[in-house]
Design a protein around this ligand. Structure first.
Ligand code: FAD
Length: 386
């Protein structure tokens, strides 16, 4: 793209995808301004939102490698070579993701990864970052947006040439874009939610389960998983229906939670010393799929990451696909001489992929809950990431 130094590129959202996109564009010569509604998670003890850790896979790694970040990222990664299935009777069965040593996925801290990406953006010297600023409105006709300070509540008008919406599943930029071009925007709730719990490190800081695996307790209509953290703990995620038997609605007292775990997850129960405290103090996260079209408006604005395609987490691919979006958009920017062609090509390259992974993620929930218990499963399926 010509005249990169004269463009005002604004990124809304400093999550993993927004921070990565800002870095790609800065490395291509653009001056970027990023607005994030939360405080800077490098300076405040904030969770990065949603899961404590997540699965990083090849799609995401390819994009990180393009930015030359893998030496730093590698230090945060814990390899998981397969699934460790925990049966109701306490037996376990390891299912490798592949036959080759490189066929693994990695557990990584969401906060650690997000911090590293924000540092990478800042290190380019071309990204101005503004935390505690929330995008409120987009005026596409005048290339302006309204940004509000979360501290003073004062609004200011910001001009942009290009606007990149990386503001997650509840994206304001998506809302404004779809409204302006009378596009399609749909949120499909899954009807199941999740709760994070902790298996702490053992007395000597050791892992209390095999660290090199993604642990799954499949139970038919619901399931629990656990991913390792570097300091020896596991973050456990319980996925349950919102209503009906064995649902979040039913588990409304410590006695019921304790009994449910004793019956369904007897091998995990002794490893969860703060089960009831965490169950009733940690938030219940809702899950759903965002589908919208188009992902761009003229040559002015574009959506990436969850803002374009939030998916349910059962393929462990939401952020990985968002990273792939960034690499694809960066490649279109370097290939085309005008933004309109660039955005059209990005939309063409990514849209079908985004919808496909959304469908696969829902299918994989059923597979993880049910089929991994099927003795013929390994013959039927090779790698399903989670
Ligand atoms: P987000 O992470 O949502 O970041 C958006 C940012 O924009 C936030 O920082 C937010 O504060 C900011 N923002 C929002 N609105 C505004 C505004 N108006 N103005 C300014 N800033 C704004 N993916 C994987 O690849 N692997 C996994 O293992 C995995 N596990 C998951 C487990 C769970 C339980 C869940 C719920 C999701 C999981 N995902 C996983 C999906 C992953 O979390 C998302 O795909 C990823 O966070 C998307 O990144 P993002 O930067 O697009 O959006």
């Amino acid at each position: 793209m010509k005249n990169s130094d004269q463009e005002t590129v604004v990124v809304i959202g400093g999550g993993p995808v927004g921070a990565m996109m800002a870095t790609f564009l800065a490395k291509q010569g653009f001056k970027v301004t990023l607005y994030e509604k939360r405080a800077d998670l490098r300076q405040h003890n904030l969770s990065a939102g949603r899961s404590i850790n997540l699965a990083l896979a090849n799609r995401g790694i390819d994009a990180l490698a393009k930015l030359g970040l893998m030496n730093q990222i590698r230090q945060l990664m814990i390899p998981m070579a397969g699934r460790m299935v925990h049966h109701p009777n306490g037996d376990t069965q390891f299912q490798a993701y592949g036959q080759q040593p490189h066929e693994v996925i990695y557990s990584i801290s969401r906060t650690g990864l997000n911090q590293l990406l924000l540092n990478a953006a800042e290190a380019t010297g071309k990204v101005g970052m503004h935390f505690n600023y929330q995008c409120q409105q987009v005026d596409w006709d005048n290339n302006q947006l309204v940004i509000q300070s979360m501290q003073t509540k004062a609004d200011q008008c910001i001009r942009f040439d290009r606007l990149i919406g990386a503001d997650g599943a509840g994206s304001i930029v998506r809302q404004a874009l779809i409204d302006r071009c009378t596009g399609h925007d749909e949120y499909q709730p899954l009807g199941h939610s999740y709760k994070e719990l902790t298996i702490p490190a053992g007395p000597d800081g050791q892992f209390q389960l095999t660290a090199e695996a993604l642990h799954i307790w499949p139970r038919g209509g619901y399931m629990m998983i656990a991913l390792p953290n570097q300091e020896g703990s596991f973050t456990v995620t319980l996925f349950l229906p919102n209503k009906g038997p064995n649902s979040f609605a039913i588990l409304n007292s410590p006695e019921k939670v304790q009994r449910f775990f004793a019956e369904q997850f007897p091998d995990a129960l002794p490893l969860l010393p703060s089960l009831c405290d965490e169950f009733f103090s940690n938030p219940t996260g809702h899950l759903g799929t965002v589908r919208c079209a188009p992902w761009h408006f003229q040559d002015k604005g574009i959506l990436i990451g969850d803002a374009a395609h939030a998916i349910v987490p059962f393929h462990g691919q939401g952020m990985n696909c968002g990273f792939e979006d960034c690499a694809a958009l960066a490649s279109c920017v370097s290939q085309f001489h005008n933004w309109s062609d660039c955005f059209i090509e990005y939309n063409a390259r990514r849209f079908l992929n985004g919808n496909a992974i959304a469908d696969m993620a829902i299918e994989n929930y059923v597979e993880m809950r049910d089929s991994v218990l099927d003795p013929h499963f390994l013959l039927k399926k090779t790698i399903g990431f989670r």
